[in-house]
Design a protein around this ligand. Structure first.
Ligand SMILES: Nc1nc2c(ncn2[C@@H]2O[C@H](COP(=O)(O)OP(=O)(O)OP(=O)(O)O)[C@@H](O)[C@H]2O)c(=O)[nH]1
Ligand SMILES: [Mg+2]
Ligand SMILES: [Zn+2]
Length: 305
């Protein structure tokens, strides 16, 4: 007897979630058609990047009745809840710029989330056209810390196209999400990477030097090279779900080789005698700025509880 593919097979899923606004969802079929869809009630909350199965309902819109198991999940923590940023992603591009400025503390928070979720993180410094040679050199020195611990750092200008080719090459066949403060140029980068796309682009406020939160929903775009790129709304802060110190230390990849050498198994790496991480900071084998971020995140958990 002939049998169809098992219901859990990849072929069963005939669409991808592009964006969602409350209960209304925009999906793209495997044939590339965009459709409005509503989920069946028993389904969990859907997120951009979800692979789904849908059927066309009577009113002409699609009804989503199944969601594929997820991998690569980026979540942020807000008001004591985990919120899905995007799912089924491979890479997280942390976008920074000279204006609005980005603190390394924000980068470190994203990196913790990526390490814990097993996502490949890269740092993209945009708007290099705004910097003179000396300021660009200072930025390169600051961000070299991340290259030394194995993260790739790209220097680009969405406006002038510099560095965009190299960035495009690194996103082939992957699903990537762009994150960062408002107005650092996430949507502008989408436009540079996919010239046929038309994301809304905002302004940097002249009075506050901050963004105006132009992108209000996460949205998925298809690149010409088998990739998917997800634009996300700018955030003021990136919240991480509180965790204990040993677990947080795992989110700082350069700490990991030292953790086993601490005298106490449950070392918090803050004030214990015989702490191999504190010693490595003293010996400049761990960069003090990263260690300060570790302590700041740990303190923020204590304040939140
Ligand atoms: N000079 C310069 N300006 C840029 C560059 N990239 C983006 N901008 C400007 O930065 C402003 C904000 O750009 P957006 O792309 O809307 O920023 P965003 O990160 O998507 O902002 P939100 O959607 O609010 O999170 C716009 O005025 C862009 O023209 C760049 O490479 N150089
Ligand atoms: Mg935007
Ligand atoms: Zn320790």
């Amino acid at each position: 007897m002939a049998s169809g593919p098992p219901s859990s097979s990849e072929a069963r899923y005939n669409g991808t979630v592009i964006s969602h606004f409350g209960n209304e969802i925009l999906i793209q079929s495997v044939q590339g058609e965009r459709l409005r869809a509503i989920p069946r009630q028993q389904l969990p909350a859907l997120a951009t990047g979800d692979r789904i199965h849908y059927e066309t309902g009577e009113a002409g819109h699609a009804v989503i009745d199944e969601v594929a198991p997820r991998h690569g999940i980026l979540t942020r923590h807000s008001k004591q809840q985990d919120k899905l940023v995007a799912v089924n992603i491979d890479k997280v591009l942390i976008i920074c710029a000279a204006k609005p400025a980005c603190k390394t503390g924000l980068i470190d928070r994203y990196l913790v989330a990526c390490e814990q979720a097993g996502l490949d993180a890269m740092i993209v410094f945009n708007k290099i056209d705004l910097l003179d040679a000396r300021k660009l050199e200072t930025t390169r020195t600051e961000l070299a810390v991340y290259e030394r611990i194995g993260y790739r750092v790209f220097y680009v200008s969405a406006k002038q196209g510099e560095g965009i080719d190299a960035l495009t090459q690194s996103l082939v066949s992957a699903t990537s999400v762009l994150v960062g403060h408002s107005a650092v140029g996430k949507s502008s980068l989408i436009k540079s990477l996919i010239p046929t796309s038309a994301p809304r682009i905002g302004e940097v406020s002249k009075s506050t030097n901050k963004g105006q939160h132009t992108t209000t929903h996460t949205e998925l775009y298809q690149t010409g090279n088998e990739g998917l790129i997800i634009d996300s709304p700018g955030i003021r802060e990136f919240g991480i779900k509180p965790m204990d110190a040993p677990q947080l230390a795992q989110g700082f990849r350069e700490f990991v080789p030292y953790i086993e050498q601490c005298k106490f198994r449950n070392c918090t790496h803050t004030n214990e005698p015989g702490c191999a991480i504190i010693q490595a900071v003293r010996d400049e084998r761990i960069y003090k700025g990263r260690y300060d971020s570790y302590k700041a995140i740990l303190n923020s958990f204590a304040e939140a509880s």
